[in-house]
Design a protein around this ligand. Structure first.
Ligand SMILES: Nc1nc2c(ncn2[C@@H]2O[C@H](COP(=O)(O)OP(=O)(O)OP(=O)(O)O)[C@@H](O)[C@H]2O)c(=O)[nH]1
Ligand SMILES: [Mg+2]
Length: 387
């Protein structure tokens, strides 16, 4: 270690080194080398941390051209499993299918209309999936999904980060019914606003289904729902247990594809069973914390004998609106003037003067608006952007 110009510089003297070579050990040379090395290390660390490349949000939703496969029969994807999918064919029989190699990387979702080709399966060929019992004749061939038809609608929610920008919920649906129990689990209006964003984005009719109405007094008007009532959002109160409020729903499902979404334990599967007993879906109790037990594990497409289709989904913990268009918020929060919707964060939700000036009937909705507005532009932490 020598002291030069008042700073410590590490010098390495190797045996037989010439004086000129020693001059190359000058600290500027050192720091240049070190800077290059540390940059390389940093890049390597970031690659390791991210693991998977970030996906472009739009490309994730693109489907390969089904053109070459239009001569093949069409079916509806009614349930996804880890290794295969269940298809409902035109004659209502169910066929289990694998995904063709060309669809690698394409995300299929319940409700997708697909083209499939029948694959004769040799029972002793280990490279092919095991033949599974199929409803109906039991001897139908296995199939392979080779193409997905363009989606009429796509219900999705935001993913955690850019590795998974979207989580697909259901394709080709007409309505979203967000289910919220009066108690167990508690009614959370914030979830309803989020669901409204998802429905608007997908172009689906939005309804709120209040479940377990028997658990609250008839006098309880559920004031948490007043802002939605004020907007004219249809709200249906039901009790699957007491079989109340079901008939209007049955009429609404007719001719429509309806997705039921909500926290675990709100009674989605119980409601499907009440409307369509043949479904005989498994339902669960609640944990000692009053939350559901994640009884349903995969979305199910269930055509009703009385007409229409219900899609039961697994209970959600949250609905992220990350990546959605902020322009949708004007329809979810119509009571706010354009100047607030332009940049809600500049308004202080805790300041009485601000709230008075805005003259809001439900002042707590400003914070809600701010939360969603902020979340929509949430960026991937792995891309060194603020979160
Ligand atoms: N009192 C009452 N209990 C209900 C009603 N509907 C459902 N439950 C109960 O709520 C619990 C959860 O019902 P599920 O139908 O499994 O709930 P889920 O929303 O499908 O839950 P996940 O599949 O976990 O998402 C069960 O114990 C049901 O008996 C209702 O109308 N009234
Ligand atoms: Mg369920």
């Amino acid at each position: 270690m020598v002291l030069r110009e008042g700073r410590h510089v590490t010098r390495k003297f190797r045996l037989g080194q010439s004086r000129e070579a020693q001059d190359l050990d000058h600290r500027d040379t050192y720091s240049r080398e070190r800077a290059g090395e540390s940059k390389r290390r940093q890049q390597h660390a970031e690659r390791l941390e991210t693991g998977i490349e970030a996906h472009d949000a739009e490309s994730l939703l693109q489907l390969p051209d089904p053109g070459p496969w239009m001569h093949l029969p069409e079916a509806t994807l009614i349930q996804r499993h880890s290794q295969w999918v269940d298809l409902e064919l035109a004659d209502r029989s169910v066929l289990r299918a694998t995904l063709g190699g060309k669809l690698k990387g394409v995300r299929l979702v319940c409700g997708d209309r697909v083209r499939y080709s029948a694959v004769p399966v040799e029972p002793d060929d280990p490279s092919l999936p095991v033949r599974l019992p199929v409803r109906g004749d039991g001897g139908s061939p296995e199939a392979q999904v080779v193409a997905i038809m363009p989606r009429r609608t796509l219900l999705k929610r935001g993913g955690g980060d850019d590795r998974e920008p979207w989580q697909l919920i259901c394709a080709n649906a007409d309505e979203l019914w967000i289910c919220a129990a009066v108690v167990d689990p508690p009614l959370r209006p914030g979830l309803l606003e989020r669901a409204q964003v998802l429905a608007l984005d997908a172009g689906l009719t939005f309804r709120v289904l209040v479940t377990k109405r028997d658990r609250a007094s008839k006098k309880d008007t559920l004031p948490e729902l007043d802002p939605l009532r004020g907007q004219g959002v249809p709200i249906h109160e039901t009790s699957a247990l007491k079989r109340e409020g079901l008939e209007p729903l049955r009429a609404l499902v007719k001719g429509q594809v309806v997705v039921l979404l909500g926290h675990s334990g709100v009674g989605k599967s119980t409601l499907v069973n009440a409307l369509h007993p043949e479904a005989a879906l498994k339902t669960g109790g609640l944990t000692k914390f009053g939350t559901g037990k994640q009884t349903t594990t995969a979305s199910r497409w269930l055509p009703l004998s009385t007409g229409g289709t219900l899609v039961d989904t697994p209970g959600i913990r949250s609905l992220s609106v990350r990546g959605f268009d902020r322009g949708l918020l004007g329809q979810v929060f119509p009571e706010f003037p354009a100047e607030v919707l332009e940049d809600p964060l500049v308004w202080d939700a805790e300041d009485d003067d601000t709230l008075e000036r805005l003259d809001l009937e439900y002042p707590e909705r400003l914070q809600s608006l701010q939360r969603l507005w902020q979340e929509m532009d949430d960026r991937n932490p792995n891309q060194n952007v603020w979160r």
